[in-house]
Design a protein around this ligand. Sequence first.
Ligand SMILES: O=c1[nH]cnc2c1ncn2[C@@H]1O[C@H](CO)[C@@H](O)[C@H]1O
Ligand SMILES: [Zn+2]
Length: 328
Amino acid sequence: MRKLPKIELHCHLDGSVRAETILDIARKENLELPSYNINDIKKLVQVPIDCTSLDEYLKKFDLANKVMQTKESIKRVTFELVEDAANENVKYIEIRFAPMLHMKKGLSIKEVIQSVLKGMNQACEKYEIKANLILGCMRNMSVEDAELVVKEGKEFLGKGVVAIDLCGPEVEGFATKYKKAIESARSYGYRVTIHAGEAASGKNVIDAINLLGAERIGHGINIKDMKEAYDLVKRTNVTLEMCPTSNLHTKAIDKISDYPFFNFYKDDLSVTLNTDNRTVSDVDLTNEISLVKDNFNMSEEDYKRIYLNSVDATFADEDTKMWLKSLI
Ligand SMILES: O=c1[nH]cnc2c1ncn2[C@@H]1O[C@H](CO)[C@@H](O)[C@H]1O
Ligand SMILES: [Zn+2]
């Protein structure tokens, strides 16, 4: 599994910072941590298996965000994420982050994005991997904040930024509020992926597609319980970015045998496999693919089809897509 070429479309930068790096940056920047013992740090940033909800899961991001407030540290953690991905043969990764979370020490949205881009480009030069960025707008911040991210980020379109996302806590009916912001993002040329149907119902997936023009959905697992949402995803061929271990952690499912990924796949939905958060969920993509392979008898042929689904669903340019197709 490790050796297979891989594609990752849903990976949060702040959820994927190495615990060792959190400790190291905190020491260098004289930041206060609750402990300076690596095992304690791991406990603080990894979610326990008895986590009960997405809201509880989201509390695990605070420490990583604390060490992602300077240009140098943001560049470093991005470089390391791409390095970690390249080391397990991920050939293409779309990294998402919410610029507004990294302005506590005075960085501007543009400076945050530039720092992430620098780390990403440096790693892509060193390793055989390509990458792009997705800008996240936090649903627990204001609509004006989302509009600001869209506006400030647009000059990086075509230079590494490809898409916009809404992330953070999910309430029923969140989409309406962001209609205008996402509409303007689309008009600038952002592609659109939206976290939906993860901690709330499939209705949010319907809204993300119909109101926001989502081409991909983060998770979308709850369409399994709503025929109308399921049929819409199938009819529109919208891609689901699925993340098994994360869904176990947030209790979108109780056990892996309930995971609908393989049923979705067999019914020809466009599904992809991703980590969501490498550190918070303590996984890599090899893990996630193995989990599905072992529990659902996924064959090598199946994996190839899923890989090719992922290529089609990337927000990458045609040359990159052709290159990715040639690898499998
Ligand atoms: O699975 C998820 N669902 C919703 N929001 C998430 C998930 N994982 C991470 N984040 C949120 O996205 C922010 C930017 O990366 C993170 O800080 C976290 O709050
Ligand atoms: Zn996510």
